[in-house]
Structure formats: structure tokens, C-alpha cells
Design a protein around this ligand. Structure first.
Ligand code: MLZ
Length: 266
């Protein structure tokens, strides 16, 4: 796909369908990003979620901010949607009777935190409260994803990447996110209302950079077919139904042979 990946072509080739936007906890029109690099705000420490810390915007990508906790190192940057409830204007914590905390792995001695806080906020550009979004979009009432549906998802091991993905399995309120063209190493389960998953076309709308799928396409297609209980039945061939525990529900998608043939031809 060298550089430009087209969902339209890809969905045709894979015979897959995109998960409808009503499945996601995302706004239909992506939230406006009016933040600027250098602005400071309050954020929950991702490694210690009971702490509210000072963070600096060190980058912007689509509707997301790349954040770094003041007093931390540059190895633990994290990304948040501009409408995340985990970011707030400076002053919010105190207003609610809380106290700003040093980040996990604070570079200095804990006793120097009050002075550090003073210095880091002195003369800082604070993100104005009007550019924060009042609330997160509401969660859909239930998990309405289906196995095989396509989506865009944050690669949690490389959270600056948003990548084409497929629903690999469902488990109650959870969804298994599998990355197209990559082996299982990046897969994860998340709640259906996770803020890390987006409808097809999200990155185009926000101007974020969607990674192209990896090259292990065949494995991936077989991967989810197997998890859905389809593969054993397919291999048994017609007239030799595989029975036994867990395999009785197996049913191949109508176009599975075309899907696999197409993947092999690439
Ligand atoms: N440098 C990494 C990127 C992997 C990204 C996968 N995204 C699903 C690697 O090649 O392992």
C-alpha cells in the first residue's frame, strides 16, 4: 500500500464491512483540536491513575494530543483525545479540593515537588478552558460489534500509531482488536466503549496519520477465522463435518475462499 492506503479498495478486496459508527464511543464529527505545542494542562498520570499531574502538549496529531508529564522523562509520552475526560484545564484539581501530584518517576527528590510545581507553572502558557470539550461522547448502550468488522485502532504498544484493525472476537462488553497484517503480538481486548477505537475513516476526518496494514495479511485473515471457529470446518472440507466441543457453531463466511485467494495474490 506504499504510503497511501484506501479503505474503499481494501474493504472491497477483503470483502469485509466497516463497523458502523454507532458502535463506538466517539463523536460523529471529530472534536476540534485548538491546542498548541507548549500549552500546559492537568492530566491523570497514566501509570498512576489516582494522581493528577501537570502535562505539557509536546505534539498534536489529528484530534489527539501528545502529552508529557512535567518532572517526568521523555520516554513516557502518552496520547489523549482532546475530548478525553482525563485532561482538564489547570486549576481544576484544586477547585475540586485535590492536590497536584508529582508524576510516577519524578526526576527530583519528592521534597522539591512544591518548588518544582511553582517554577513549572510560572509564566507557562496554560491551555484556556474554552478549548477543552465539556464532556466525552456518551457510550453506546451495548456492545454491537461483530467478529470480522473493520475499524481503526490505537496500537497500544506504539500508541502514536492508529492502524487498520479487525474485530477478532467478542467477550461480553469486550472486543478483541486484531491488527491487519500483523501477528497477534499487538492484539488486545478492550471495552466496546474504549476511546482507543474508531470507525473507518476517522483518521481521514481528523487528519491523523493512519498506518497501512502490515504484510502478514494471510495469517491475519486465517487468525480471525480460526478464532471464530471457522477454520477447522473449512479444512475438514465438505461432507466431513468436524464435530466436537466448541466446533459445532462453525460456519464460514460466504466469500471466505475469495478472501484468502485475494490475500495470497497480493
Ligand atoms: N516498529 C514496530 C511497529 C509495529 C507496528 C504494528 N502496529 C500494529 C515493528 O515493526 O515491530
Amino acid at each position: 500500500y506504499q504510503g497511501h492506503f484506501s479503505w474503499e479498495k481494501y474493504l472491497k478486496e477483503t470483502g469485509a464491512i466497516a463497523a458502523p459508527s454507532s458502535c463506538f464511543r466517539q463523536s460523529l464529527t471529530p472534536p476540534l483540536n485548538e491546542f498548541k505545542a507548549g500549552m500546559k494542562l492537568e492530566a491523570q498520570d497514566p501509570r498512576n491513575t489516582t494522581s493528577t499531574c501537570i502535562a505539557t502538549v509536546v505534539g498534536l496529531t489529528g484530534s489527539r494530543l501528545r502529552l508529557r508529564l512535567d518532572g517526568s522523562d521523555n520516554k513516557n509520552d502518552f496520547w489523549r483525545l482532546v475530548d478525553s475526560s482525563e485532561i482538564q484545564p489547570i486549576g481544576n484539581c484544586e477547585k475540586n479540593g485535590g492536590m497536584l501530584q508529582p508524576p510516577l518517576g519524578f526526576r527530583l527528590n519528592a521534597s522539591s515537588w512544591p518548588m518544582f510545581l511553582l517554577k513549572t507553572l510560572n509564566g507557562a502558557e496554560m491551555a484556556p478552558s474554552r478549548i477543552f470539550h465539556k464532556q466525552e461522547p456518551p457510550a453506546p448502550e451495548q456492545n454491537s460489534f461483530q467478529v470480522g468488522m473493520k475499524l481503526e485502532a490505537v496500537d497500544r504498544k506504539n500508541p502514536h500509531f492508529i492502524c487498520p484493525a479487525t474485530v477478532g472476537a467478542l467477550r461480553g462488553v469486550e472486543v478483541l482488536v486484531t491488527f491487519d497484517g500483523w501477528r497477534g503480538a499487538f492484539d488486545y481486548y478492550c471495552r466496546y466503549d474504549s476511546r482507543d477505537i474508531f470507525p473507518v475513516g476517522w483518521c481521514t476526518l481528523t487528519g491523523d496519520n493512519l498506518q497501512p496494514p502490515g504484510t502478514k495479511a494471510l495469517r491475519l485473515q486465517l487468525g480471525w477465522a480460526k478464532r471464530a471457529g471457522w477454520l477447522e470446518d473449512a479444512m475438514a472440507g465438505p461432507g466431513r463435518p468436524v464435530t466436537g466441543p466448541g466446533r459445532t457453531r462453525g460456519r464460514l463466511p460466504a466469500n471466505w475462499t475469495q478472501r484468502i485467494a485475494l490475500q495470497q495474490a497480493q
